[in-house]
Design a protein around this ligand. Structure first.
Ligand SMILES: Cc1cc2nc3c(=O)[nH]c(=O)nc-3n(C[C@H](O)[C@H](O)[C@H](O)COP(=O)(O)OP(=O)(O)OC[C@H]3O[C@@H](n4cnc5c(N)ncnc54)[C@H](O)[C@@H]3O)c2cc1C
Length: 433
C-alpha cells in the first residue's frame, strides 16, 4: 500500500494480479466484488446471535454510556470504551497485543502522521487513544502477528475489520492468532490532505506539524463541536473549530476516499464488538463524550457485564432504533445514497453490494445532496493537488468555501444558495444531511 498523489493509500502490484478474480488480492480486498460480503462473514462468526437487524447486522446487546474509571473517557475521542475494552483484554491475558492506530514518532521521516502499531502493554495502548481520520494500512501489524506467536486484538473501521476477517479465512496462522476484532463505526475515511488543509487554514505548513488531534475534548461544549489542534515541532499549538474550517463539515464529504462511496457497512458488522459516538440528544450535547456499543461476542458481553457490575463502566441497554438514530446521516448515505450511486452509469469494475441500485423514489433535494457530496469528494482531491503544485493554498480554500456554501444551501437551506434552492424546490424545510 502506498500513498498516491492525492494522499490516499492505494494497493500497488502487477495490474493483472490486482484485477484477477482468482488472486489472493481479490479474495481479501474488502471492496472486491468476488470477496465474501458482511452478511456472509457475520453468519460464520456469529451464527446464533440473539438479534439481527437490516442496518446493524447480528448482535447480542446494545448499550449507550462511557467508561467510569480512570482517565479513559477524558483521553478518548468519545466515551473511552474502545481503549477500556482493549485494556481489559490485555489485563486479563486474553491477548498479547492490540493492533491500533497511533501517532508516528517522527512524521517527517515516516512521511505520515499516523500508523498502525501493536501495543503490548497498558501504557502503550492508552497512549494511542483517540480517532485518527487519516489513511493507515495493516500490512506491518499483520506481518508481526504472523511472525510472533500470540493472541491479538485488532481495532479497525468496518472495511479494515472485514479485510482482517477475509485475510484470516485465507491464512490459518492469522486465523488462530487474531482473537478479537474491535470495530469503529464509520462515516468515511479522509485522505492525508485533510490534515494538510487544516494546517494551511491555521497558517502552518504540514512539514512543521508533529501531532494532530482531530478532536480536542472541551467538556463544556457539545461533543459534536469538533475542534482540531496541531502541535508543532517547537511545541507550540494551533487550534480551530471544524465549523470554521472550509472543509470542516463532515457531511459535505471533503477528502473522502472514493471507496467509501461504495460501502454499505456503518457499524462494523463483522467485528466482535463495535463502538460509535452517541450522536443523539442528550448525549451529543455532553462534551465529555458518550459511546454507543454493539456487542456480538458472548465472551465480550460477559466482560462488559462484569465491568458494569463493578461500576467501572457506566452503560445502559438501548434498542436497535436508538443505535440507528445515532448514525442517521451515515445510514442515509450508505443505503439510500448508495442505492442511488449504484444506479449511475459506470465503466469498469461493478461493485457487488447488499443494496440494490435504485433512486427513482428520492426527492430532487436528496438526489442533489448525494450528487454534490460525490462531487465535493471527487474534486477536493484534485483542486487541493493543483493548489499544492502551484503553492497556492488560497486557490483550494476559495473553492472549498464556495463548494461548502452550495452544499449547506442544499442540505440545510442555509444562506443565499438555500434561498434560491428553496425557490427552485430543491431545498426542503426538513434539512439534514
Ligand atoms: C475514519 C473514522 C470514521 C468514523 N466515523 C464515525 C461515524 O460516522 N460515527 C460514529 O459514531 N463514530 C465514528 N467513528 C468512531 C469514533 O470516532 C470513535 O472512534 C469511537 O466512538 C470510539 O471512541 P472511544 O472514545 O471509545 O475510543 P478511544 O478510547 O479514543 O480509542 C480509539 C481507538 O481506536 C484506534 N484508532 C483511531 N483511529 C483509528 C483508525 N483510523 N483505524 C483503526 N483504529 C483507530 C485508536 O488507536 C484507539 O485504540 C469513526 C472513526 C474513524 C477512525
Amino acid at each position: 500500500m502506498e500513498l498516491d498523489r492525492y494522499g490516499q493509500l492505494k494497493p500497488r502490484g502487477p495490474k493483472a494480479w490486482l484485477r484477477s478474480r482468482d488472486s489472493g488480492f481479490s479474495r481479501i480486498c474488502p471492496f472486491s466484488p468476488t470477496a465474501r460480503d458482511e452478511d456472509d462473514l457475520a453468519v460464520e462468526h456469529f451464527p446464533s446471535a440473539k438479534d439481527r437487524h437490516p442496518l446493524l447486522g447480528r448482535f447480542e446487546a446494545a448499550y449507550v454510556g462511557h467508561v467510569a474509571e480512570d482517565e479513559y473517557r477524558v483521553n478518548g475521542s468519545s466515551g473511552g470504551m474502545v481503549t477500556w475494552v482493549a485494556a481489559e483484554l490485555l489485563r486479563r491475558g486474553l491477548v498479547d497485543g492490540v493492533a491500533h492506530v497511533k501517532e508516528s514518532d517522527d512524521p517527517q521521516t515516516e512521511g505520515r502522521l499516523f500508523h498502525y502499531t501493536l501495543s503490548r502493554d497498558l501504557q502503550a495502548l492508552q497512549a494511542g487513544a483517540k480517532s485518527r481520520y487519516y489513511p493507515v494500512e495493516l500490512s506491518g501489524v499483520l506481518r508481526s502477528m504472523r511472525d510472533i506467536p500470540g493472541r491479538y486484538a485488532v481495532v479497525g473501521i468496518p472495511c479494515f475489520v472485514k479485510a482482517v476477517r477475509l485475510a484470516c479465512a485465507d491464512d490459518p496462522v492469522l486465523k488462530e492468532r487474531v482473537a478479537f476484532t474491535l470495530g469503529l463505526f464509520c462515516g468515511h475515511m479522509k485522505s492525508a490532505r485533510m490534515a494538510e488543509s487544516f494546517a494551511w487554514q491555521m497558517e502552518e505548513d504540514i512539514s512543521r506539524v508533529r501531532q494532530l488531534d482531530y478532536r480536542v475534548k472541551t467538556p463544556d461544549r457539545p461533543a459534536n463541536w469538533y475542534r482540531a489542534q496541531l502541535t508543532l515541532a517547537n511545541g507550540e499549538t494551533r487550534a480551530r473549530d471544524w465549523w470554521h474550517l472550509a472543509d470542516g463539515d463532515w457531511g459535505a464529504g471533503f477528502f473522502q476516499n472514493s471507496a467509501c462511496n461504495f460501502c454499505d457497512d456503518v457499524v462494523a458488522e463483522t467485528a466482535d464488538i463495535a463502538f460509535g459516538d452517541a450522536w443523539k440528544e442528550p448525549y451529543s450535547s455532553d462534551g465529555r463524550g458518550t459511546n454507543v456499543v454493539l456487542v456480538r461476542s458472548r465472551m465480550l458481553l460477559d466482560l462488559l457485564r462484569e465491568g458494569m457490575g463493578a461500576n467501572r463502566i457506566a452503560l445502559s441497554p438501548v434498542d436497535a432504533d436508538f443505535v440507528v438514530a445515532t448514525q442517521a446521516a451515515g445510514f442515509r448515505q450508505r443505503r439510500e445514497g448508495l442505492s442511488f450511486r449504484l444506479a449511475w452509469p459506470r465503466l469498469g469494475l461493478r461493485p457487488r453490494k447488499r443494496v440494490q441500485a435504485s433512486g427513482h423514489h428520492l426527492t430532487s433535494q436528496r438526489k442533489m445532496i448525494y450528487i454534490m457530496r460525490y462531487g465535493i469528494s471527487f474534486w477536493s482531491h484534485r483542486v487541493f493537488l493543483a493548489a499544492r503544485l502551484l503553492h497556492s493554498p488560497g486557490l483550494y480554500i476559495l473553492w472549498a468555501r464556495a463548494a461548502l456554501a452550495f452544499y449547506q444551501g442544499l442540505a440545510y437551506s442555509r444562506g443565499p444558495v438555500g434561498r434560491v434552492a428553496r425557490r427552485l424546490g430543491l431545498a426542503g424545510s426538513e434539512g439534514g444531511a
